[in-house]
Structure formats: structure tokens, C-alpha cells
Design a protein around this ligand. Structure first.
Ligand code: ADP
Ligand code: ZN
Length: 806
């Protein structure tokens, strides 16, 4: 009886959608196999999601072949991919690919050539003639190369030429991008050969063979073939092999990113009573084996990492394993060392900095159960860790846990929660400044809240207190005649720190600078009358623009609040700050640290090591420096302008600024000399800035949640962000208007009143990489219900639960 497979094909096909294929006799296909299937005129890859005895459709085509002998996905993988595809509206194939082994050849190449190169093809259209001429010249070519060179019109020509039998097409698997690494060695063949036999076989006229054999036997270890050949010549190797005295072997090498690093086991400190409570509750949840999500809220250096490690130990003692995720930038040797010392030989790492080979070997090592702990960035949530008992997400509020650039736009936190449900594991979310939505989920009882409100006291140096934070009002500086980018308080603090031989960090939030419009006298930012969202300056039209509703107004001559004439945009670059430091403090060594300055691989670690050694006294950087780094000699952090970022046209702007300021402040006061933070701002009364200055999460949360409630924003609603980008400004606007209209029409027709359509409006920034951007936001309890009523044309990006809606 014919069997059928439901296959997620690598083709645009709507989310969570499979196609039915028949399984040819003699082919053994199972759940999780990677297969090649015919799709239209092409052969594409697909993952097998289900097998059945009946077909849902009348006409099915056969699966071509298995692309990999063994199934590559487990049932757990299939369930997780299916959930991600449904929730994030991404293709099922793309979701499954996240879980597949690295280096697999997921895509086959399609080739075409003329069937009979010498025959006359007969009457051809112009496009067909071009294709035939091209193939005559080139022989066999890749289909996509041909289409790229001859233009989109050649697609149709290819189809009709194939139908007439003039050309033929086929597909070939690509070579896998990574596979196991084998190294060839030579070793002594038979230890059992007696000395006499050895002498006899060797003979007396082969001194090089004798020397090689002596060498191998002397060292007692295999020798690389390449080395043996280089030192003794290939004829010596061949001679010995022929005489049965030497054997050539291939040994699989493990490319280990932690090779050469030795970890000495470290005894854990005894827990503080607070830590004890947290660990006990987590252990109890693990012992009862019910999936549970904990939110561990604790200021920096309050001992959260110690709690993670105890939870991992407990999991290991129960025969389970764990995954630990940290933000990409915090995945430093320091972090890995700490886990490596606690769990020697048990730690695997997965992140984008690994070579292909290392990634391949770590992945398979994990899958074979070789590691108790996987440490990695966002994508580590898809590690094939068996017997999963605990998943940790450190700094759970970090935006890097959301995949922004490519589909599926998943969030590692939500994937982890789903995964824990499938694997009966516990999730620990840790942060000093939890995502407002996460915190509210904890308050509502969906997560269990654990708290570590104090920093660990270091026994030798007395207390490590949180640093003192001073907020400086830039409006007043200006009023009192100081036009420098440094307030008087910041310059004095710098002078003092530098005189004492200490280090300082100057922090600049550069994102979105340059187009946010503010009054320099009173700090008022220009807001949309309808949306209360900050407006930005649009250079092209020389007007102000609201990025939510599209409202425009002219550039104000004076401030609507204080009548002051100084309406400016905020804008300051790291390079400019460096120059100003060097002018104000001659002879001081500075280091610039932002994405441009340290983009090279390893540049980040290099810069950090240099600054730690004291190569520079002042570090000037963007958000990159705010991440969990530890600089004991830094006693001063200056925030150049806290307002940048506060007035971005996004509902999470305040949350982001609060988190960054708290984190930046956490960079100082870690050494015995304590530290201080100076925050310069035109908005000293804004709750995000005042709460950050006091490191008061509760205060911030109360203010922020009230605003979310009033504006019906998450956690009070769910959002879907739709973005269209195109080089043609008119085309872009028309597309947005058309989709907006059809959404509103369906909303009325179906009476879906609990979902709102906001926009369309130009997105912010309005143009990226030469492409204009327009967007629409859907807001409501279940905006998905509305979106499912329309067909979103290709070219739109659909982001479910977006991190920002700009
Ligand atoms: P967090 O992860 O919250 O930033 P850590 O776990 O890194 O905090 O702890 C901060 C510092 O305190 C680290 O140097 C850590 O080794 C130390 N520490 C943590 N827990 C204890 C403890 N119970 N006793 C002594 N030192 C501790
Ligand atoms: Zn508006």
C-alpha cells in the first residue's frame, strides 16, 4: 500500500503548511527526514513532518530521494518548529531549518542544458532564442545564474523550452558546507611482530624506513602522515606499509572551541540566604517535573549567575542537562571560564563566532549527549540538547534574543518556554531590569518571581554598593553659559578620576540621533497631537512627521511650551566626543568603541583586553559597552545625552533608555574604589531617567505600566508589525495604503472590533539602505484574527510580537 508523507517544502507557501507526497516503493522515509521533492519544475528540499496511509489530495508526486540517510529532526524538533511557524507566521521549512544540523546541504542546485546541442530548435520567441543562444555558449549552467543574467523573462522561456523538450533540467545536491574532520596518521602496524621478524621484513638497505619506524615506535603515538612524509619521504612510508610494518589510519578530530583551555574545578561558595531561597524553589520545581518559568530579578552582581549554576548542578545530578543563553556580546571568555571552572569538560559553546567546523563538531557532540551544559547566544535555544532539565536566559530583556533581520522573527524566550513545555523542563529568566511584559507576567502569576535585591558583599573590601548617580540638567548648563558637550559636573568628575589614575567610560546612545527635535531651553520634545508620540524631522520635506499616524506639521520657529527659539535636533557622534575629550584633557589616551570601530572579528575582545590593561583612560562608546562587562578600574561613567533614545517614535523607547542607563551604571563601582555615574539630560524629570538614577525598577515599572494601560499597548494588547520597503517612494506608499485599506475593510466586514489598524505611515528611519519604508501596526487582544482575513502580498515583513514598532 502506498504511503504518503507530509513535507514542509523550501518554497513560499504560507505558514505551517505542508505538501503531500507519495513515498516510492522501497524508499524508507520517516518523521524528520530531509528529502528532495519535485515542486513545479524544480526539485526542492523539504522536511518530513508526518507519514500517513492516505493522501489528502488526489494527485501526488513521488519523493525524489533522501538527502540525508538518517532523520535529522526529532519529534520534539518537529513540534517546536510547527509551533514557531504558526506563532511567528514564518515558513515551516525555515523554522525546521533552525533545528537541523549545521552544514547540511539544505538546498539543491538546479541545472539546465540543451537536450541536443546540435539540433535546430525551430521557431522561438525572442526570450527563448536568448536562452538557447546562452546555453549554446555556456553548455550546462545553474538555473539561477541564467535567470540572473538574462532577467526574469527567461523564467517563462525556460518553462516552455522544457515543455518542448529543447532543454532539460536536473538537480544536484550541494556539497555540505561542513562535515566531520578526519586527519590521516601513520602508526606501527602490529605490536605483536617480533624483533626478528621486524628486522627481517625491514631489510638492511632501507635506512629511511628504519628511521621512520624507530621514530613512531619511540614516541608510542600516531604521527601525522603529512609530517612523516615531509621528514622521511613518501617512499619510506609506502615501503613500510608494503612490508606490513606501518598502518595508515584516519582519525576523527574534534574541533573544540575550548581546546587548549584548561579549567580547574572551582568549589562553589556557600549561598546567601536569599540565594538559598531561590535555589530551593527552582529545585523543588525540577523535582516535581512540571514545566515552570521563573523570573529571577536581581541587580547586577547580586549573585544570579551563582543561582543559575546551582540549578544546572541540580539538573546534572538528576541526569538532566541544560542550556544557558547570554546576549551575544556577553559571551566572552570571562563568562565561559566561569561555567567551565564549575563544570569542567561539560561545557559546549554555540555562537556565531565559531568556525563552521567547530560549529559542526559541537552540534553533533551535544546531540550525542557529550555535554551537560550548552552556553550560547539566541540560537542556542535550538541546540539538540537531550534530557533537557533547565533553560537559563540571562538578561532576558535584551533585544538580541529576538531575531529581527531574517524570518522567522522568533524570540528565544518564547521558544524556550514552549520547549520547556515539550521537554518538561524549567526556565529561568534573569535580569536586573526585566522586560515590562515579563515582569507583568510574573505579577499575574504566569511566571514565578524570585528576587535578589542586594549586591553580594565582597568580604575583603567591605561593601560593594551601587554607584552614586547624579542627574545633570543640560538646560541649566546652557542657561548659565556652558556650551561645551561636558557639563561642569562631568568635567570635574573626569578631572578627578584622571588625576587619580582611574578610568572613565563616556556613553553615547547613538541610535536615532540626528532627527529627534527638542527645545534646548525647556527640553520639550515635539509630539504628535493625535498620538502623543515624538515626531521626527524629515529632511526631504523639511517638516515634522509622526511615524504612527503619518501626521505632518511644519518645523516650529519657537517652542510651543516655553516660546524659546532654540529648537534643535539632537545629534552627537562618538568621534566628536573623542575629539572634545582630547581637547579638554590634553595627553589623555582615549579608545573609541562602537560598531564601526570594532567590527572585525575578535576586535571586541581585543578592545576590551586593551582597556582592562589600562591602555587608555577614557573609553567612548555606544550601547555595546553597556553589556555585562567587568572593569574594576572604572570609577566614572558619563552618559552624554540620555534624551537620545527617549524620544524615538516607539512605545518601548522609555523602557529601553531605563534598561540601558541601569546597565551602564552597573559598569562602575565594581572595584574597591566604588564609582559614580553622571547622567546629562534635557529631561531630568522624565520617570525613566529618575528611576534609573535611583536604580528603582518598581518605580519605573509603575509609571511604564500605567502608560501601556492607557495606550492599550503590551502587556494589555498584542502587536503585529507590518513593514514594506522599496526603492520607489510612491510604490511603497501605494502598497501600504492598499494593505491598510483592505485590513480596515475586513475589520468592518467581520466585525473584529478588538483589533485596531494603526497607520499606514512612514516608518522610522524612513529610508534604510536606499529603500523607503512604510509600516502598519495591528493592535489588539488577537490581531492575528484580523491578519488571517487578508492575504499579505509578498514583499511585506510580518513581525509578530515586535520588539519595536518604528
Ligand atoms: P550577577 O549574575 O547577578 O551579576 P554574580 O553571580 O556574577 O551576580 O555574582 C557577583 C559576584 O559575587 C561574583 O564575583 C560571584 O562570584 C560572587 N558571589 C556570588 N554568590 C556568592 C556567594 N554566595 N558567596 C560569595 N560570593 C558570591
Ligand atoms: Zn500621530
Amino acid at each position: 500500500m502506498t504511503k504518503y508523507a507530509e513535507v514542509a517544502v523550501d518554497a513560499p507557501a504560507g505558514y505551517n503548511r505542508t505538501f503531500t507526497y507519495s513515498i516510492p516503493d522501497g524508499m524508507s522515509v520517516a518523521h524528520g527526514h530531509l528529502v528532495r521533492v519535485p515542486f513545479g519544475r524544480r526539485v526542492l528540499s523539504g522536511f518530513v513532518f508526518d507519514i500517513s496511509n492516505e493522501s489528502k489530495v488526489t494527485q501526488t508526486r513521488d519523493i525524489h530521494r533522501l538527502a540525508h540517510r538518517e532523520p535529522v529532526l526529532s519529534y520534539r524538533d518537529l513540534a517546536l518548529a510547527s509551533w514557531a511557524s504558526e506563532h511567528y507566521m514564518g515558513s515551516l521549512f525555515d523554522c525546521a531549518a533552525l533545528l537541523a544540523p549545521p552544514g547540511l546541504s539544505l538546498r539543491a542546485n538546479s541545472y539546465v542544458s540543451l537536450s541536443r546541442p546540435d539540433a535546430e530548435p525551430g521557431r522561438l520567441t525572442q526570450a527563448q532564442a536568448r536562452v538557447v543562444a546562452y546555453l549554446k555558449r555556456r553548455g550546462r549552467v545553474r538555473r539561477d545564474t541564467l535567470v540572473r543574467n538574462l532577467g526574469a523573462s527567461s523564467e517563462r522561456a525556460l518553462s516552455s523550452l522544457a515543455a518542448r523538450g529543447i532543454i532539460e533540467g536536473w538537480s544536484e545536491d550541494r556539497k555540505p558546507a561542513a562535515g566531520p574532520l578526519y586527519i590521516t596518521y601513520v602508526e606501527a602496524a602490529e605490536p605483536s611482530v617480533t624483533l626478528e621478524e621486524r628486522e627481517e621484513r625491514l631489510g638492511s638497505r632501507a635506512p629511511r624506513q628504519a628511521a621512520l619506524l624507530d621514530h613512531i615506535e619511540g614516541s608510542g603515538a600516531p604521527m601525522r602522515l603529512s609530517e612523516a612524509t615531509k621528514a622521511y619521504g613518501s617512499s619510506a612510508v609506502k615501503g613500510l606499509e608494503g612490508k606490513g610494518l606501518l598502518r595508515i589510519v584516519r582519525i576523527r578530530q574534534d574541533r573544540d572551541p575550548l581546546a587548549g583551555r584548561t579549567f580547574t574545578q572551582e568549589e562553589p561558595p556557600s549561598l546567601t540566604p536569599r540565594q538559598r531561597q531561590c535555589v530551593d524553589r527552582i529545585r523543588r520545581a525540577m523535582d516535581t517535573g512540571s514545566p515552570r518559568v521563573f523570573l529571577l530579578r536581581g541587580v547586577t552582581a547580586s549573585g544570579k549567575t551563582e543561582v543559575y549554576m546551582r540549578a544546572l548542578s541540580h539538573a546534572l545530578s538528576r541526569g538532566k542537562r541544560g542550556i544557558v543563553m547570554v546576549p551575544e556580546l556577553a559571551l566572552t571568555p570571562q563568562t565561559i571560564d566561569r561555567f567551565g571552572r564549575r563544570f569542567p569538560e561539560q561545557v559546549a559553546v554555540l555562537h556565531s563566532g565559531l568556525s563552521r567546523g567547530e560549529h559542526h563538531d559541537q552540534w553533533w557532540g551535544i546531540r550525542e549527549g557529550g555535554y551537560g551544559v550548552v552556553i550560547g547566544s539566541r540560537s542556542a535555544v535550538f541546540a539538540p540538547q537531550p534530557d533537557l532539565g533547565v533553560i537559563v536566559i540571562d538578561e532576558e530583556h535584551e533585544w538580541t534574543y529576538k531575531q529581527q533581520d531574517t524570518s522567522p522573527h522568533y524570540h528565544a524566550r518564547e521558544v524556550a518556554i514552549k520547549l520547556a513545555e515539550l521537554a518538561n523542563a524549567v526556565v529561568i529568566l534573569g535580569s536586573a531590569t526585566p522586560d515590562v511584559v515579563s515582569n507583568s507576567r510574573a505579577i499575574e502569576g504566569e511566571f514565578e518571581l524570585l528576587e535578589l535585591p542586594h549586591r553580594i558583599r565582597a568580604s575583603d573590601s567591605g561593601e560593594t554598593l551601587l554607584p552614586r548617580v547624579r542627574v545633570v540638567d543640560l538646560r541649566r548648563e546652557l542657561k548659565e553659559g556652558n556650551r561645551s558637550i561636558f557639563s561642569r559636573a562631568l568635567s570635574q568628575a573626569m578631572e578627578f578620576a584622571l588625576r587619580e589614575g582611574e578610568q572613565a567610560i563616556l556613553y553615547l546612545n547613538r541610535r536615532g540621533s540626528g532627527s529627534l527635535v527638542q527645545c534646548r531651553d525647556c527640553g520639550h520634545s515635539m509630539r504628535c497631537r493625535r498620538c502623543d508620540l515624538p515626531m521626527t524631522y524629515h529632511a526631504q520635506s523639511e517638516r515634522l512627521l509622526c511615524h504612527r499616524c503619518g501626521h505632518r506639521q511644519s518645523y516650529p520657529q519657537s517652542c510651543p511650551r516655553c516660546r524659546g527659539p532654540r529648537i534643535r535636533y539632537l545629534g552627537l557622534g562618538t568621534q566628536q566626543v573623542v575629539e572634545e575629550v582630547e581637547k579638554a584633557f590634553p595627553g589623555v589616551k582615549t579608545l573609541r568603541w562602537d560598531r564601526d570601530a570594532v567590527s572585525a572579528r575578535g576586535g571586541h575582545e581585543h578592545a576590551m583586553a586593551g582597556f582592562l590593561k589600562g591602555d587608555a583612560q577614557v573609553l567612548v562608546g555606544t550601547q555595546m559597552i553597556a553589556k555585562g562587562l567587568h572593569f574594576p578600574d572604572v570609577t566614572l561613567v558619563g552618559v552624554m545625552c540620555a534624551d537620545i533614545g527617549l524620544y524615538l517614535p516607539d512605545y518601548r523607547a522609555s523602557e529601553r533608555v531605563f534598561q540601558l542607563l541601569c546597565q551602564v551604571s552597573g559598569r562602575t563601582g565594581r572595584g574597591p574604589r566604588g564609582g559614580q555615574v553622571v547622567v546629562q539630560t534635557y529631561s531630568p524629570d522624565h520617570y525613566a531617567i529618575r528611576a534609573a538614577a535611583d536604580q528603582d525598577y518598581e518605580w519605573f515599572f509603575r509609571e511604564e505600566i500605567a502608560y501601556r494601560d492607557e495606550q492599550d499597548l503590551p502587556p494589555y494588547s498584542n502587536l503585529i508589525h507590518l513593514v514594506y520597503a522599496h526603492t520607489g517612494p510612491d510604490h511603497c506608499r501605494q502598497q501600504a495604503v492598499a494593505l491598510g485599506e483592505s485590513l480596515r475593510r475586513e475589520r468592518l466586514a467581520w466585525g473584529i472590533t478588538e483589533a485596531d489598524v494603526l497607520g499606514p505611515a512612514p516608518a522610522y528611519p524612513p529610508r534604510v539602505g536606499g529603500r523607503y519604508r512604510w509600516h502598519i501596526v495591528l493592535r489588539g487582544q488577537n490581531p492575528r484574527e484580523l491578519l488571517d482575513k487578508v492575504t499579505v502580498p509578498s514583499g511585506w515583513t510580518v513581525d509578530v510580537d515586535p520588539m519595536s514598532v518604528m
